[in-house]
Write a protein that binds this ligand. Structure first.
Ligand code: NAD
Ligand code: UDP
Ligand code: UDP
Length: 338
């Protein structure tokens, strides 16, 4: 078993038992941390379908086995229950590092962004793997520049309620660049803007999942504050294409990956209403402190250097998640970790 342990057995890019990925390309062995989560599971589907071997590391904090159950039994797929805060030995070509308590209700609970990222960078260094960090638009904080370019350094309150996530990802970016400059690790950094789609957590409080679930349950959509704050919503398959283009390309980044279409929360509520139920209503709730007023990616850099741009608009993407949400709500599966 080439995946067990000591670097003495390790030989870069010549693992025994390698399955061919198709004509003209050798299959890769790829780790996806957080692969049982929303974005991770869609990424894993894409990597498996193109013929690669995928090892998912996940502690099921917010991820679910259900997101991957269709791959159980596939010889090119492996799922390891593991917390990336602890070291791990594997022999791989690429690491997509997504593990992260990614939503406001979860992210304050653990040091994944720092310790988990350090361990995955240590792993990348030891085996010579390429490492991709999924950072976030939240590194721009409540931005004073609009739309946000990658050159903007951000406006983050270091002691605010949201800062554990923002500063955690900023630190993860710093560690990533330090390993790149100091230890020659091949790295890639994606700054992901708000993303939605099937398999999103039902209970983690993000706005698209909240509105869609509320309307399906015949509850009012909860608009925080005056609802005039803006976000840009990207469909998950566009993001996955962008992550793979970034990993396979020659540029370190950071790259904004997001859909530049900008909506107020009131406009989003209107689109959800049109998509699911024309009798849907809204109710206003107080907003959280330090909520960014606007957010919209400038994606010129990714367009030019990765030849990537999103293809699915909010009106096209929203209907694609409704059936998944309806089924999970009807089955009483509230999307909690296992
Ligand atoms: P998610 O919560 O669905 O997925 C995160 C996964 O990481 C889960 O499966 C969870 O169980 C796992 N995880 C958390 N802590 C872990 C640990 N210590 N060890 C092992 N596994 C752990 O969230 P997502 O939306 O799929 O986000 C994936 C990545 O993309 C995250 O890094 C997130 O910060 C980033 N991102 C997402 C968005 C978005 O809108 N979805 C926006 C910006 C950035
Ligand atoms: N690490 C890991 N798997 C590996 C190699 C390293 O989990 O295959 C962890 C290691 O335990 C350490 C971190 O990654 O906590 C950083 O490793 P590095 O070698 O860069 O640092 P050092 O061990 O020299 O402090
Ligand atoms: N929001 C809202 N109603 C909800 C959940 C969130 O109006 O039920 C607002 C929230 O205040 C923020 C925006 O929607 O202004 C996006 O929130 P989310 O947590 O989805 O993403 P993030 O703030 O990380 O961009």
């Amino acid at each position: 078993d080439s995946s067990s342990g000591s670097s003495g057995f390790f030989s870069k890019r010549t693992f025994p038992g390698r399955v061919p990925a198709g004509i003209g390309r050798k299959s890769l062995r790829i780790v996806v941390t957080g692969g049982a989560g929303f974005v991770g599971s869609h990424l894993v589907d894409k990597l498996i379908s193109r013929g690669d071997e995928v090892i998912v590391i996940d502690n099921f904090f917010t991820g679910r086995k259900e997101n991957l159950v269709h791959l159980f039994g596939n010889p090119r797929f492996e799922l390891i229950r593991h917390d990336v805060v602890e070291p791990i030995l594997l022999e791989v070509d690429q690491i997509y590092h997504l593990a992260c308590p990614a939503s406001p209700v979860h992210y304050k609970y653990n040091p994944t962004n720092v310790m988990g990222t350090l361990n995955m960078l240590g792993l990348a260094k030891r085996v010579g793997a390429r490492f991709l960090l999924t950072s976030t638009s939240e590194v721009y904080g409540d931005p004073l520049e609009h739309p946000q370019k990658e050159t903007y350094w951000g406006n983050v309150n270091p002691i605010g309620e949201r800062s554990c996530y923002d500063e955690g990802k900023r630190t993860a970016e710093t560690l990533t660049m330090d390993y790149h400059r100091g230890a020659d690790v091949e790295v890639r950094i994606a700054r992901i803007f708000n993303t939605y789609g099937p398999r999103m957590c039902l209970d983690d409080g993000r706005v698209v999942s909240n509105f869609v679930a509320q309307v399906i349950r015949k509850q009012p959509m909860t608009v925080y504050g005056d609802g005039k704050q803006t976000r840009s919503f990207q469909y998950v398959s566009d993001l996955v294409d962008g992550l793979v283009a970034l990993m396979e390309g020659e540029h370190v980044g950071p790259f904004n990956l997001g859909n530049p279409g900008e909506f107020t929360m009131l406009e989003l509520a209107e689109v959800v209403k049109e998509t699911i139920d024309s009798s849907a209503t809204i109710e206003f709730k107080p907003n959280t402190a330090d909520d960014p007023h606007k957010r919209k990616p400038d994606i010129s850099k990714a367009k030019e250097l990765l030849n990537w741009e999103p293809r699915i608009s909010l009106r096209e993407g929203l209907p694609l998640m409704v059936n998944d949400f309806r089924n999970r709500i009807l089955n009483g599966d509230e999307g909690k970790g296992l």
